[in-house]
Structures are given as structure tokens and as C-alpha cells.
Design a protein around this ligand. Structure first.
Ligand code: GNR
Ligand code: NI
Length: 171
């Protein structure tokens, strides 16, 4: 397994639309394992392949307190969404140290393939529902800051560029 580099906003590659996985083979399983190591290593609750510059529909998540319940979603689809919406504070490994409130469906029903290519279906609420929607946005090239006002987004973009520049200077 290996830890992968996570793209950082405003990297234009974060806006790539991922394509469906044709077969869940050894290559996909290796990607999944590397993504899990990367997610756990970065203390994240989720990671989309887009964030590691692989543009295929693969997500890993773990919203458990104990961090021992990995969830692998290949070709995820939302088969139902609640009318009820909920606002929660979100962060993103591609936009470190930025947190803001985003409104999403309170509950979703998810259909996907697992790490072995078997079908799975489940209902999610709370952080899991937030996380599934956040990760599925990444797969269509959308980052959570795009839900914020243009003013906030510009401020975040500037802050991130400045931080990356400073890090390069001190490296
Ligand atoms: O680690 C993460 N935490 C988080 C918190 C609230 C809402 C969404 C998330 S996802 C994020 C990891 C990440 O960037 N996934 O794409
Ligand atoms: Ni994210």
C-alpha cells in the first residue's frame, strides 16, 4: 500500500469528471487500498479518487468513531434523496483548514459496488449522508467551496494559493 498525493484546491484537475469503473479488478483493489491508507493517514472521513488524480468513480469512507469500518463505493449512485435538507459544517482534505456550512439532503439511499465488485445498497443519514454527497460531488468535479458565496470562494482561493507559495518557499 502507498500514501497518495492529495490535490489541493484550486488545482484545475479537481474539476475533472470521473468515468465509471468497467471491472473491479486488481488494479481497482490496489487503488482502493492506497486510497484507504491515504484517507486514514490524513485523518479524513472520506476520499474520492478525483482527489488523488485518478478520474474513475471510486470512493472510500469511514465515518465510524473507531475508524475501523472502511466503506468502499465503486460506481456509486443515489437511488433516493430526502426532501428534507440539513446544514452541516464541512471540511475537505483538498481544502485544508477551511470549514463552512453546506446544505444537503438529510438522508440518501446509495447503490454501489464494493471492493469485490458485489452490489451493495444502504440508507445513510447524519455524517455518512453528508460524506457520501460530498464525495460524489468530487466525482463530478465539484468541491464543497462551490456551494459558498463567490466572495468566500475567492477568499479561500487566495488563501490556498498564498499557503502553497509559502510552503514552496520554505521547502
Ligand atoms: O475528512 C473529511 N471530513 C468531512 C467533514 C465534514 C463533511 C465532509 C467531510 S469529507 C472530508 C474528507 C474529504 O475531503 N473528502 O473528500
Ligand atoms: Ni473533499
Amino acid at each position: 500500500m502507498a500514501r497518495l498525493n492529495i490535490l489541493r484546491y484550486p488545482d484545475p484537475r479537481l474539476h475533472t469528471v470521473a468515468r465509471p469503473v468497467a471491472v473491479v479488478d486488481e488494479r481497482i483493489r490496489r487503488l482502493v487500498d492506497d486510497m484507504l491508507e491515504t484517507m486514514y493517514g490524513a485523518d479524513g472521513v472520506g476520499l474520492a479518487a478525483t482527489q488523488v488524480d485518478v478520474h474513475e468513480r471510486v470512493i472510500v469512507m469511514d465515518t465510524s468513531e473507531s475508524r475501523d469500518r472502511p466503506l468502499v463505493l465503486v460506481n456509486p449512485e443515489l437511488v433516493a434523496r430526502s426532501d428534507e435538507m440539513a446544514v452541516a459544517e464541512e471540511g475537505c482534505l483538498s481544502v485544508p483548514q477551511i470549514y463552512d456550512r453546506v446544505e444537503r439532503h438529510a438522508r440518501v439511499s446509495v447503490r454501489a459496488l464494493d471492493r469485490d465488485g458485489r452490489g451493495l445498497e444502504f440508507d445513510a443519514d447524519g455524517l455518512t449522508a453528508v460524506c457520501v454527497q460530498h464525495e460524489m460531488d468530487h466525482l463530478v468535479g465539484k468541491v464543497f467551496v462551490e456551494y459558498l458565496s463567490a466572495f468566500k470562494r475567492e477568499r479561500i482561493r487566495t488563501k490556498m494559493l498564498k499557503r502553497t507559495r509559502e510552503e514552496q518557499r520554505s521547502a
